[in-house]
Structures are given as structure tokens and as C-alpha cells.
Design a protein around this ligand. Structure first.
Ligand code: BTN
Length: 257
């Protein structure tokens, strides 16, 4: 593949491999032994994987599958990487002028309540991470688990012109995010993530990995990146470390309980 494909993104990386078709860019990168800041991209991912063992639909030519390898980080802080991956994408899109973009916990990038991008982070036996980004560029899969989806184009952006600079900025941002995590800057990381997290202060419906469904109010991010939720049934608060969250109606912060 020539340097003409994603030239700006390529400049940020040690290597960028662009594949005409792949089962999953995450799976491909996991099995590659190439070290350094390496990424793989494809416009035709046939067996994309989502969080919680789900399938990620990437309509060929419409949605971009992109996976980036990150050098190893300490186990007690690596959990911030998926949150930072979404945060960096939201911040970059905001800088490019996209309104209404934010992150639903843990890291769904949304425009309003419609999903623009999903992120799947996997840790390798070496300690390196693979961060997989599924970005709806020209179109989006409909009826995605009954949730709305959107794309850069449907959001009113010049998707063809923006995709390379956006990916380049995301890769650059991920390198900076990696340095922040490595330096143990937890307060700075947490406030940056909270700054784009539209879930905070909202009434939410939560489904645990075991399938238990509860409602409550999302209060804040815990020091480990979990979501602190006050349960509506009066059973107190707990920190959600995994699971799915749906936003219910907005909560007026000025309204007393
Ligand atoms: C989710 O929201 O459930 C996460 C979706 C992550 C999809 C991306 S596409 C690139 C990379 N390769 C995969 O198989 N999955 C991730």
C-alpha cells in the first residue's frame, strides 16, 4: 500500500498497514509481532468484534476499522486507556467543529444519543494494548442493538477530507494520553475524561455483564475509571466497572432530590 493512503496518519506512526479486507483489525494486530506505534486500517472488516463479546457491524466502504498498538503500561493504570481513547476522539472532533459530540460511559462516542464510534481495547500477554476504533465515516449500521447510529457524513462533516487528519490527531492524542498514564497523572486524566462524559448527572439504565438491569443516577467517575451510580431503589451507591449504560431523561442539576 502506498503512502498516498492516510498520509497524515502515517506520519504519526512507526508503521500503518492498510488492508483491503480483514476479519478484525484488532485480531490482526494482536497476532502481529511488529513492535512500536503500529496501526492497521481497513474499510472492509468482515468479523468486527465489539465490547462484551458482541459483533461490530462495519458496512464495507462506510465504516473504518482502525487498530492501534500501544506500548505496555502498569496494570493498575491501563484501565484508563479505553476511556482516554474515546476522550481524545471527542476532543478532536470538537476541535474540528462538530457540535453535540460526547462520550457515553465507558467510551461510546456519540453525537447527541447516536453512536458515531465504538472502541474495543485488548491487553496482550506482552502488556501492550491494542485499541480498536470503529468509526462510522460515510454511513452507519442501522438498528444497532436497537440504538441510534450516525456517521461523520450524516453529522454534517466533510467526511472524505476529515478522516485522515482526524485519525492523525487521534494517534497523536493517544501518544500524549499514553505519556499521561505512564506519568501517573490520575487527577488530570480523570478530569479530562469527566469533561467529555455526557453520562455524568444523567438518569441511567444499567445492565450488568450478568444481565441484571437497574436504574439510577450517574454521579461521577471513580478513581479507577468506574462509574459511581446512586440506585433509584434506595439501595445506595456503587461503582460500575463493566456493563452497558443507557441514558434516560436528562436530570436538571438545579432540581433538589
Ligand atoms: C463497541 O462499541 O462495542 C466497540 C466496537 C469496536 C469496533 C472496532 S472496529 C476496529 C476494531 N476491530 C474490531 O474487531 N473491533 C474494533
Amino acid at each position: 500500500m502506498t503512502d498516498e493512503v492516510f498520509p497524515r496518519t502515517r506520519q504519526e506512526l512507526d508503521d500503518l498497514i492498510v488492508l483491503d479486507q480483514v476479519d478484525s483489525t484488532n485480531t490482526w494486530l494482536r497476532s502481529s509481532e511488529q513492535p512500536g506505534w503500529v496501526a492497521v486500517a481497513s474499510w472492509n472488516q468482515t468479523a468486527g468484534r465489539g465490547r462484551a463479546g458482541r459483533t461490530w457491524l462495519s458496512p464495507a466502504g462506510q465504516s473504518l476499522a482502525f487498530s492501534l498498538r500501544l506500548p505496555a503500561l502498569p496494570l493498575d493504570s491501563v484501565g484508563w486507556i479505553p476511556l482516554l481513547a474515546g476522550t481524545v476522539l471527542v476532543e478532536t472532533l470538537q476541535e474540528m467543529g462538530l457540535g453535540g459530540v460526547g462520550m457515553k460511559w465507558p467510551n461510546d462516542v456519540q453525537v447527541g444519543e447516536a453512536k458515531l464510534a465504538g472502541i474495543l481495547t485488548e491487553r496482550l500477554p506482552s502488556g501492550d494494548s491494542v485499541v480498536g476504533l470503529g468509526l462510522n465515516v460515510f454511513g452507519s449500521p442501522q438498528n444497532l442493538e436497537g440504538r441510534d447510529a450516525t456517521s461523520l457524513l450524516e453529522s454534517g462533516l466533510d467526511a472524505a477530507a476529515l478522516v485522515d487528519p482526524l485519525l492523525a490527531a487521534w494517534c497523536r492524542g493517544m501518544k500524549q494520553a499514553h505519556s499521561l498514564v505512564e506519568a501517573g497523572e490520575r487527577d488530570a486524566i480523570s478530569s479530562r475524561v469527566s469533561g467529555v462524559m455526557t453520562t455524568l448527572g444523567r438518569e441511567v439504565r444499567v445492565e450488568s455483564p450478568e444481565g441484571q438491569v437497574r436504574t439510577g443516577r450517574a454521579l461521577s467517575l471513580h478513581a479507577n475509571g468506574g462509574l459511581l451510580v446512586a440506585w433509584a431503589d434506595g439501595t445506595g451507591e456503587s461503582v460500575l466497572l463493566a456493563g452497558d449504560v443507557w441514558h434516560l431523561r436528562a436530570v436538571d442539576a438545579a432540581t433538589p432530590d
